[in-house]
Design a protein around this ligand. Structure first.
Ligand SMILES: CC(C)(COP(=O)(O)OP(=O)(O)OC[C@H]1O[C@@H](n2cnc3c(N)ncnc32)[C@H](O)[C@@H]1OP(=O)(O)O)[C@@H](O)C(=O)NCCC(=O)NCCS
Length: 218
């Protein structure tokens, strides 16, 4: 009989594991009452805001490419569906990075309808504090205007400021001018500094995705 890929004894390479430990990350964000009550932070979404519990917020999982993840990402930018090998290599490298990537998704009836990522950058300045970066916020076209964008931003901001192992002192993001009001409205972000970009020259070869290289420890 064929083995189901989501069975507990399925090979690790096929397991539908979450990108990060949801119990500690969401748990800390939900129980930090002081942070919750800070007026500048958006409210944690209640079950009713999430359409009576039909929609769930959770960590990205290894097999979300089978649940429409790239349909959603393609509404943000160029996001072709990678072959499974490339996707698993990338996911595993993100997961192995430990406390660096926090990608959350909203799932409705088994399909991904929205996603966004928080990156945590460890700094040397400010007594070795951290900066959070919100990236790739997108809601499926068919679901916009239902408050999902607000939920994504609220959850990531809360995760950033309640991480138990990293002192995040600010959260940054880049966006188009047309989306500025969205971030001002949903989480009171303010305009600051100038965004600059340098793209890899098209003439340079593409690098094949692989596991992160272990650095020699002295
Ligand atoms: C921007 C985006 C994430 C908003 O998602 P959404 O689920 O439709 O937003 P919400 O329903 O949570 O809206 C929350 C609030 O922001 C407002 N809002 C939503 N999109 C907005 C926009 N582009 N500009 C200004 N305000 C916006 C809503 O009117 C709502 O305000 P209100 O609560 O005062 O009524 C979504 O339109 C999207 O995926 N766009 C394409 C990808 C993109 O541009 N992502 C941002 C990358 S920086």
């Amino acid at each position: 009989m064929a083995q189901r890929l989501d069975e507990p004894h399925a090979p690790a390479a096929l397991a539908d594991v979450p990108l990060f430990d949801e119990v500690s990350v969401f748990g800390a964000a939900q129980t930090d009452r002081a942070t919750f009550e800070a007026p500048q932070l958006p409210a944690w979404p209640s079950a009713s805001e999430l359409h009576g519990g039909i929609v769930c917020v959770r960590a990205l999982r290894r097999r979300d490419h089978e649940r429409g993840l790239f349909d959603v990402l393609a509404q943000l930018t160029d996001a072709p569906v990678p072959d499974s090998r490339t996707w698993y290599a990338q996911f595993d490298a993100m997961r192995a990075a430990g406390d660096h990537y926090y990608t959350i998704v909203l799932e409705e009836r088994g399909r991904i309808v929205a996603c966004a990522t928080l990156l945590v950058e460890r700094k040397m300045v400010r007594n070795c504090a951290c900066v959070g970066h919100i990236e790739d916020v997108v809601v499926h076209r068919s679901c916009r205007g239902r408050g999902f964008g607000r939920v994504l931003v609220a959850v990531l901001v809360r995760i950033a400021f309640t991480l138990p192992h990293a002192h995040v002192y600010k959260v940054l993001l880049d966006c188009d001018d047309r989306n500025v009001p969205f971030y001002e409205r949903t989480a009171q972000f303010q305009r600051k500094d100038t965004h600059m970009a340098l793209y890899r020259p098209a003439s340079m070869a593409r690098v094949t995705v692989g596991p992160p290289r272990a650095r020699a420890m002295i």
